[in-house]
Design a protein around this ligand. Structure first.
Ligand code: BGC
Length: 414
């Protein structure tokens, strides 16, 4: 385990969060309304979350002191435009300060403009399928110009548009979302998907026009879809509507974000469940670090020479040793991809903090624990371990396995 692969110059090595999951009191958003309405089906509310709207400096200081050189965080549309057409100068100034501070301490900001939540007014006025949805999103992109101008080089326009469109299928009552992904993801809502792609394209053009040199892309949830005997056609069909279509929209972008957690394996009759004794995350997903390699290769196969940034990868576990083992496996996949000449420009671990996992506080995904009453931060051993690798600027190279795992998706791995 002593071999090392030096990382390319400028490699972004850090961790990620999203506004709703860490800031707290995102009261003008649709998610806040969803969590807090009478008889909500949401198990737990976000509430004060990690209080990062106040404590973001502490978060950044910690990440930097751990050894990271990058932090992916988001701007919250519902704070910037809490009422239709009324933009908050204070919110824009807040995010501008975040960018300035990150740069001042040596953290390269990767800024997400949209991460699952919407201003409540936008959702009520028809969401992404409303006639003026694209114009509304562009008005927001215009409003955050000072944030970008403060020195942001990398912008994720929309986080996981494929999952956003899946959520629309669920919200519209056209399918139920199973926990544990046993039955796979519902088909993303087509019209929403098309509007999101249109919004993304328009936002990229606007960013290029107003902020020359800024790199813009979106980030796609990747299920590392593979197959065993006779599952190829089902796998290809599933991948097309859930992922490949979105990846093709990235072909003209400056980068594409890869977000990898579980894998999905098809056989002749549908999804092959993980082995009964397979280790599971706190969200019920199979623990399978090699999914990241599959996701990177699938993405590269579709986007060609568009650079890849791993914008999310991590594990919901209470066992930090397991987090380290999982992440070591995932980093080895990044190393193999780099060795094979794939243009991977960054690894941003999900998540920096034990955050609000969309309805639950139980699945702890953070490198840094957060006390839910005092908000005190405590970096876990995994944070020190990963930070040390980032500081060194080289990935450890694991022994190469002699045989591939039995359920490895055929045709995806090299
Ligand atoms: C999302 C995050 C989420 C993570 C882990 C991704 O789908 O972008 O917001 O917390 O998965 O569940």
């Amino acid at each position: 385990m002593s071999a090392r692969l030096p990382l390319p110059e400028g490699f972004l090595f850090g961790a990620a969060t999203s506004p709703h999951q860490v800031e707290g009191n995102n009261v003008a958003s649709d998610w806040w309304a969803f969590e807090n309405r009478e008889g909500t089906i949401v198990a737990e509310r976000s509430g004060d979350a990690c209080d990062s709207f106040e404590r973001w400096r502490e978060d950044m200081d910690l990440l930097r002191s751990l050894g990271f050189n990058s932090y992916r965080f988001g701007v919250e549309w519902a704070r910037v435009e809490p009422t239709r057409g009324e933009f908050s100068r204070s919110a824009v100034a807040h995010y501008t300060r975040m960018v300035e501070y990150a740069l001042a301490i040596g953290l390269e900001p990767v800024v997400t403009l949209h991460h699952f939540t919407h201003p409540l007014w936008f959702a009520r006025d028809g969401g992404w399928t409303a006639d003026d949805a694209i114009d509304r999103f562009l008005a927001y992109v215009d409003a955050v110009a000072p944030v970008i101008r403060a020195g942001v080089a990398t912008v994720v326009t929309i986080n996981e548009p494929n999952m956003l469109a899946v959520m629309q299928t669920v919200v519209r009552g056209e399918a139920a979302l199973e926990t544990g992904l046993g039955g796979g993801l519902p088909v993303p809502h087509r019209e929403t998907a098309e509007r999101l792609a249109e919004a993304h394209r328009a936002a990229v053009d606007r960013l290029h026009r107003d902020h020359p040199g800024v790199k813009a892309g979106w980030s796609i949830a990747n299920q590392a879809v593979g197959h065993v005997a006779d599952g190829e056609a089902l796998a290809a069909d599933y991948r097309e509507s859930r992922e490949d279509w979105y990846l093709r929209q990235s072909r003209a972008d400056d980068f594409v974000g890869v977000q990898s957690y579980p894998r999905t394996v098809f056989g002749a009759d549908g999804i092959v469940p993980p082995a009964a004794d397979a280790a599971r995350t706190l969200t019920g997903w199979e623990v399978y670090p090699a999914a990241l390699g599959d996701a990177i290769r699938q993405t590269a196969g579709i986007v060609g020479d568009v650079p890849i940034i791993v914008t999310e990868n991590g594990i919901a576990t209470a066992d930090d040793e397991q987090r380290i083992a999982y992440t070591a496996g995932a980093l080895d996949e990044v190393a193999r991809a780099l060795e094979d000449g794939i243009d991977v420009r960054g690894y941003l671990h999900w998540s920096a903090l034990d955050n609000y996992e969309w309805g639950h506080w139980g699945p702890t995904v953070g490198l840094i624990a957060v006390d839910r009453t005092t908000f005190a931060r405590a970096p876990k051993p995994s944070a020190h371990w990963l930070g040390a690798i980032a500081r060194e600027g080289a990935l450890p190279l694991a022994e190469r396995p002699v045989a591939e795992p039995a359920l490895n998706p055929a045709g995806v791995r090299s």
